[in-house]
Design a protein around this ligand. Structure first.
Ligand code: 5AD
Length: 439
């Protein structure tokens, strides 16, 4: 039986930072109602799976996870299982038909109703996929932030873009911009509670517009919060990179020199079909503008290989764009047809083996570049915000969002920004040692 005070919950999250942030909201609401976090799924009375629908593989994870949970529930019939987020919004009650052991189904806009709906599951499965619910009704102080160092803060929910391959506008709905005062108040509260860093979130966060305030203005408002050390944001869309935005990156002290700017392809034919709203030249000009303002800007990107009709020449254009830009990090995905997207009308005609080959070519190039770049940093100084305690040391991030391991450093450094010297490097992380003085 679900009863307050004794019940333990466990949340499994798939997908992006917004999903992580949604789970933090659900966890906070459950804690506020007297539920306790469980160490793992086996120790929980309520298991909530927060899902991602962006690629088929991501969506499949829900069903893998549910089949494991079925065995758990067979042993403990009192166990309640909830499914929420993007796959729930997309597939709806189909999930209950495929997995009869699911007790609760909530979409992307009804996550804040989980505690209340959970109580109703004693009478059978409960479904709430209401798209009109206000997603911002979770009080700031209730959110159970997973990291004690970097707090996610919602700036925009949903997305107004119409990229041909992307399911997100369908799962999360159109853009809703959160009022700047609410964002600033949340950041002030986080800084008071000791957070050195916040990351503003939105599917296209730099599209932010509230009355006559744009994203650069929002950054300036948040930057002005006293005591905040580092400000990050994700994900940005190339179409919304303006001079005003580039100037803000240069001028605002807390804003880190790091930008995730998905390009998706280097081919104009593919970019047009994807309805990205820019071409190769415009993307490269955007990078030039950003680097002019912030010469040490670290840039990462997303790329889709094997988009419908992508020829080898078109793939070579993507590779040459990656070489021309020289990204600091790259996330490469094989195209995956998604329900309700316009690209679904196009034949998924690049064979899987060829998609894998293209993915590997890009990843191998990128790994070599990152290794060389990171090795060139050995002997240099940097500043690391320590965010993780690890066996035998700690780790954190440089302003450019590079991971740095500090072997031998103590857990008391958690949340501190420490000066370091880089001593070794691999493609995906740096190794560093503390230099004096620590402040
Ligand atoms: N297939 C493959 N990758 C996709 N992405 C989004 N939709 C798809 C899809 N249908 C990738 C894009 C996006 C990232 C979050 O996921 O590169 O930027």
């Amino acid at each position: 039986m679900i009863s307050k005070g004794k019940t333990r919950f466990f949340i499994r999250t798939f997908g992006c930072q917004m999903n992580v942030n949604d789970s933090e909201k659900v966890a906070g609401l459950l804690i506020a109602e007297g539920y306790e976090p469980a160490a793992d799924a086996a120790a929980a009375d309520f298991i909530f799976v927060n899902t991602c629908a962006v690629r088929e593989k991501a969506a499949d994870k829900l069903y893998h996870s549910l089949s494991r949970l079925k065995r758990l529930k067979a042993d403990r019939p009192g166990l309640r299982i909830g499914v929420g987020g993007c796959v729930a919004q997309l597939e709806g009650e189909e999930i209950l038909r495929k997995a009869r052991h699911v007790d609760l189904l909530v979409g992307t806009h009804t996550l804040h109703r989980v505690p209340e709906l959970l109580r109703g599951t004693t009478r059978g499965p409960v479904v709430d996929l209401d798209r009109k619910a206000d997603a911002f009704t979770v009080p700031d102080a209730t959110i159970a932030h997973a990291s004690p160092v970097r707090a996610y803060v919602t700036a925009i929910e949903g997305c107004n873009h119409v990229c041909s391959f992307c399911v997100v506008p369908r799962t999360r709905g159109p853009e809703v911009n959160r009022p700047p005062d609410a964002i600033v108040r949340e950041v002030e509260g986080l800084v008071e509670r000791g957070y050195p860093e916040v990351m503003l979130l939105g599917q296209t966060v730099n599209a932010y517009q509230f009355e006559d305030l744009d994203f650069a203005d929002l950054l300036a408002r948040v930057d002005a919060v006293r005591g905040l050390r580092r400000l990050r944001f994700t994900t940005s869309h190339p179409e919304h990179v303006t001079e005003h935005f580039a100037d803000a990156l240069r001028d605002l002290d807390t804003v880190c020199p790091y930008l995730h700017l998905p390009v998706q392809s280097g081919s104009n034919r593919v970019l047009t079909s994807m309805r990205r709203g820019y071409d190769r030249r415009h993307y490269l000009d955007t990078i030039a503008l950003l680097r002019d303002r912030v010469p040490d800007l670290s840039l990462t990107s997303d790329i889709i290989v094997g988009y419908p009709g992508e020829t080898d020449e078109e793939f070579q254009e993507t590779l040459s764009l990656a070489q021309e830009v020289g990204f600091d990090g790259l996330f490469v995905f094989k195209y995956s047809p998604r329900p309700g997207t316009t690209a679904l009308r196009l034949a998924d005609d690049v064979p899987d083996g060829e998609k894998s080959r293209r993915l590997q070519v890009l990843n191998e190039y990128q790994q070599r570049l990152q290794r060389a770049r990171n090795e060139a940093r050995v002997g240099h100084w940097d500043e690391v915000l320590v965010d993780t305690i690890q066996p035998g040391g700690v780790s954190g991030r440089t302003p450019q969002f590079r991971i740095a391991h500090l072997p031998g450093a103590g857990p008391e450094l958690l949340g501190q920004i420490v000066p370091v010297e880089i001593t070794a490097a691999g493609p995906n992380a740096l190794v560093a040692r503390l230099t004096q003085p620590i402040h």
